[in-house]
Ligand binder design. Structure first.
Ligand code: SAM
Length: 287
């Protein structure tokens, strides 16, 4: 089961109250949303967005008891303004972005996110999208592969990894996660606990879903939607996202950082939910 990460900290930061209008840009399985909705009734509403149709269906079931107070939309949060205006969310009290993938994505081999399970090289959140990890791995130039492994994976052996993939695909199309791991094994050996392919998988996921681009484009729109005193909370799971978020929040003259230091999960939470391990929460208030 997917446990919402940093839930008490997010609630304490966003302070949902009756009559509040909230946007959860990555509603996922609805864990955080459920916590919010219980607090914004009566009078409040929540707009939940997710790119993944299966996750959104799970959220729909979980939140069905809240009736008209919830609106769920399948799309990227990059299009938040259009959906917010269409559903009457012009003045928003709080926004949450809980970035990246959910445990369902990693646990389902058919989604191709995990290097520990064999599955098709997919990695799309939105399965109606044309670009997959399989297409990137088999058709992008070595230079392009090396660039994304370096930029999105911070992989120091990016070129070697790209060249190893190029050698493999010259023999046969790389179609599964296991085939990709086998191609990379020689150049990216395991380092302690970390699997050698970790960074390449992260880079492919970010590239397939344009994760950093979507985030960069959406953040100003979320802030525009907030009322003065409204808050935005963002949970990121790797340093590239966290750096982008930190820089953005600091750059805006109309935002005040609520916490000087980033909020991280307690040891207790990490013990119960290892996925929370790398979570970082930043919160800002609109002036
Ligand atoms: C960590 S999960 C969210 C879990 C959720 N907070 C909960 O409590 O169940 C992240 C979700 O964001 C979705 N996602 C990733 N990128 C997205 C984007 N650009 N727009 C909308 N949803 C996105 C994924 O499909 C995934 O369901």
């Amino acid at each position: 089961m997917h446990e919402p990460v940093l839930l008490p900290e997010v609630i304490a930061s966003l302070k949902p109250e009756p009559n509040h209008f909230l946007i959860d840009g990555t509603v996922g399985l609805g864990g955080h949303a459920e916590g919010f909705l219980a607090r914004v009734l009566p009078g409040g509403r929540l707009l939940g967005i997710d790119r993944d149709a299966d996750n959104l269906e799970r959220a729909r079931e979980r939140l069905s008891g809240f009736g008209e107070s919830v609106v769920l939309v399948q799309d990227s949060y990059a299009n938040v303004k259009a959906h917010a205006y269409a559903h009457g969310f012009h003045h928003v009290n709080a926004v949450l972005l809980d970035l990246g993938f959910s445990s369902v994505h990693v646990d389902d081999p058919s989604r191709g996110f995990s290097f520990t399970h064999d599955g098709p090289l997919d990695m799309r959140y939105d399965r109606s999208q044309a670009l997959t990890a399989e297409r990137i791995v088999n058709t992008w130039l070595v230079d392009e592969l090396a660039r994304i492994f370096r930029q999105f994976g911070e992989e120091t052996r990016a070129r070697q990894a790209a060249e190893a993939i190029d050698a493999c695909r010259g023999l046969a199309r790389i179609q599964t996660t296991r085939q990709l791991v086998a191609c990379l094994e020689r150049v990216l050996p395991r380092q302690g606990k970390a699997h050698g392919a970790t960074r390449v998988f992260q880079a492919l996921r970010i590239a397939v879903n344009d994760e950093l681009g979507q985030l960069e484009r959406a953040l100003p729109d979320f802030v525009d939607l907030l009322v003065p005193g409204g808050r935005i909370a963002i949970i990121s799971f790797h340093s590239l996202e966290d750096r982008l978020v930190k820089r953005f929040l600091k750059s805006r003259m109309d935002l005040r950082l609520v916490n000087k230091r980033v909020i991280t999960p307690s040891q207790e939470e990490v013990r119960k939910n290892p996925r929370a391990r790398s979570a970082k929460l930043r919160v800002a208030e609109k002036l």
